[in-house]
Design a binder for this molecule. Structure first.
Ligand SMILES: NC(=O)c1ccc[n+]([C@@H]2O[C@H](COP(=O)([O-])OP(=O)(O)OC[C@H]3O[C@@H](n4cnc5c(N)ncnc54)[C@H](OP(=O)(O)O)[C@@H]3O)[C@@H](O)[C@H]2O)c1
Length: 275
């Protein structure tokens, strides 16, 4: 049997932080397999990476909402003769608004991508990761440290990613590196997808996708449990630990309410008013 080639698998590589992570891993000599729904975008990124003198990444369109997404990724890997030495679970999205008025199906799809697919892909390749002395980089958020009224399901998915990844770091220590990356605000397509009105995030907290990708890459190489990129974000998350929960709920709820501002959206199409 021919030996499979080791690659870094990156989900959500068609935009934002995922594309920046792909460039960072490629620059550091890793062969890549890129996953997202928009195949054309993946190929454009692959062309860009080749033009920079790196190996052509493998591209596989997969919708991570699908419950057979992990099997689809594994089958594509086998077809290409690859196996992961690093898994980067970056794909994810958020939705702004009160949970009871946002569409239920859309919020459950968020749980499928942010939680279900991330968990499946973290566990599916542990054998290969162990053999390759590789790692897992899971993308959470500073939102993981807080309850998030007006974006409740998103914050809860990120709290799960933080908790799960830290526990996995402990369970797999000495065998597989597991790092959780918790960025603050990063200008990407995330804001438009979530329904933000503009970008009211304080400049002090905002970082570029490249800065976040670099911080995540370095932390994984160093075998760190978690990384919050940017001094201001680290200070903010440290202070939050000492604040009463009720105060946090009030301030996050008001902050998120301001973010959707005057935008009127109706995502409640799939909501049953009787429930
Ligand atoms: N931007 C921020 O302020 C911020 C802050 C903290 C954490 N994060 C986290 O960082 C990660 C990347 O976000 P980003 O800011 O780079 O957002 P982005 O620019 O919107 O990119 C999101 C990526 O996820 C992919 N994705 C979404 N739904 C998918 C699905 N059903 N199946 C497969 N791929 C899917 C998208 O690809 P396709 O649409 O092509 O499928 C895209 O490549 C997310 O987990 C996000 O929660 C972002």
């Amino acid at each position: 049997m021919t030996e499979r080639r080791p690659v870094t698998l990156i989900t959500g590589a068609s935009a934002g932080i995922g594309a920046a992570l792909a460039r960072t891993f490629a620059r550091n000599g890793h062969e890549l397999m890129l996953v997202a729904r928009r195949e054309q975008r993946l190929h454009e990124l692959a062309d860009e990476i080749v033009a920079l003198g790196h190996r052509r990444p493998h591209c596989q369109p997969v919708d991570l909402v699908r419950h057979d997404a992990v099997e689809q990724v594994a089958a594509a890997m086998a077809r290409f003769g690859l196996e992961p030495e690093i898994v980067v679970n970056n794909a994810g999205f958020g939705l702004l608004g009160p949970a009871a008025t946002l569409g239920r199906d859309e919020q459950l799809a968020m749980v499928d991508v942010n939680v279900r697919a991330l968990t499946g892909l973290s566990l599916a390749f542990v054998g290969a990761l162990e053999r390759r002395r590789g790692g897992i980089l899971n993308v959470a958020s500073v939102a993981a440290f807080l309850p998030g009224p007006n974006m409740a399901v998103y914050y809860a998915t990120k709290a799960y990613v933080l908790s799960f990844s830290e526990a996995l770091h402990w369970e797999l220590r000495g065998r597989v590196r597991v790092t959780v990356l918790c960025p603050g605000p990063v200008p990407t397509e995330f804001q438009a997808r979530a329904g933000f009105a503009g970008n009211p995030n304080p400049d002090l907290l905002t970082q570029s996708a490249d800065q976040v990708a670099e911080a995540g890459y370095r932390a994984l190489q160093q075998g760190r449990r978690r990384v919050v990129p940017g001094v201001a974000n680290r200070v903010t998350t440290a202070i939050m630990r000492f604040l009463p929960r009720r105060l946090l709920l009030d301030s996050v709820g008001r902050y998120n309410r301001k973010r959707y501002g005057s935008i009127e959206r109706n995502r409640s199409g799939d909501r049953d008013p009787a429930v």
